[in-house]
Design a protein around this ligand. Structure first.
Ligand code: MG
Ligand code: MG
Length: 255
């Protein structure tokens, strides 16, 4: 079921989204060579705690997962694309890190992700990350009233494929509201003009993730969560929670 939010509810969701943005900004600031992924999780926990927010990630257990998620952020390094569990791994120069974070505040949830390099950036990683952000921007621009979900999917997919990157649609965007994952699903590739009509009040997470090797396959680690490119190539993942409004798309997970 797709739930539409009132302008007042969208404002409340914006407050939750702002906590997510603050958390990601703090994590990004703290991330450096030698820092452990578990330390980044602590940084995010502190931001959520001081904002009075809870984590929709912590203890989350969807059907595919053998164990509940043990952290408030996902940290996916290099060939890991999504759902990386923060371990005691110490970040190294040139690592490509994707951080995904959610927050629930006053019963409303926000969901956002960033990708960036630790230390010196490889040219190929810069192109991959820039392309993911370009796709996010294109997807958000397509999230206007009376367009279709397929228009967002097509916009994201076109940017990723033009870059020569692999796209897998097993995981992608989704509705956001009282919980993190709601209807509708927003695939990262699809046909323009197809799917649900976008109406003011629809709130969705738009989240392109691309695989540098150009192939679409992934594998999952023994931890049951961490998703990696099957070919070992690097991955980037970026995300915003966005409201469709009469005035155009509104990013809720911004500072
Ligand atoms: Mg997310
Ligand atoms: Mg999401």
């Amino acid at each position: 079921m797709v739930e539409l939010k009132t302008p007042g509810e969208i404002e409340a969701m914006r407050a939750a989204g702002r906590v997510v943005a603050q958390s990601l900004a703090a994590v990004r600031k703290h991330a450096a060579v030698g820092v452990r992924l578990t330390e980044l999780d602590e940084v995010a926990r502190e931001v959520l705690r001081s904002a009075g927010a809870t984590s929709p990630f912590l203890g989350y257990r969807p059907r595919f997962a053998p164990v509940p998620f043990p952290a408030v952020i996902c940290t996916s390094v290099n060939d890991a694309a999504l759902h990386g569990i923060p371990t005691r791994y110490q970040l190294a120069d040139g690592d490509l890190l994707s951080v995904d974070c959610g927050a629930t505040l006053d019963g409303w949830t926000g969901d956002s992700a960033i990708s960036f390099t630790i230390g010196r950036e490889h040219e190929s990683d810069k192109r991959l990350i820039d392309t993911a952000y370009d796709a996010l921007k294109a997807g958000i621009a397509a999230a206007v009233a009376d367009a279709k979900i397929g228009d967002i999917s097509a916009a994201i997919g076109a940017v990723g494929r033009a870059g020569g990157y692999g796209i897998n649609t097993d995981f992608g965007g989704h509705g956001v509201g009282h919980t993190m994952h709601e209807d509708p699903s927003v695939p990262n590739e699809g046909r323009a003009g197809r799917g649900l009509r976008l109406r003011p009040g629809l709130v969705i997470a738009i989240e392109p993730w691309f695989l540098a090797g150009g192939k679409d396959d992934y594998r999952i680690d023994d931890d049951g969560w961490t998703m990696r490119s099957a070919d070992g190539s690097r991955a980037a993942h970026v995300e915003h929670t966005v409201a469709v409004t009469a005035q155009g798309p509104l990013i809720l997970t911004a500072l």
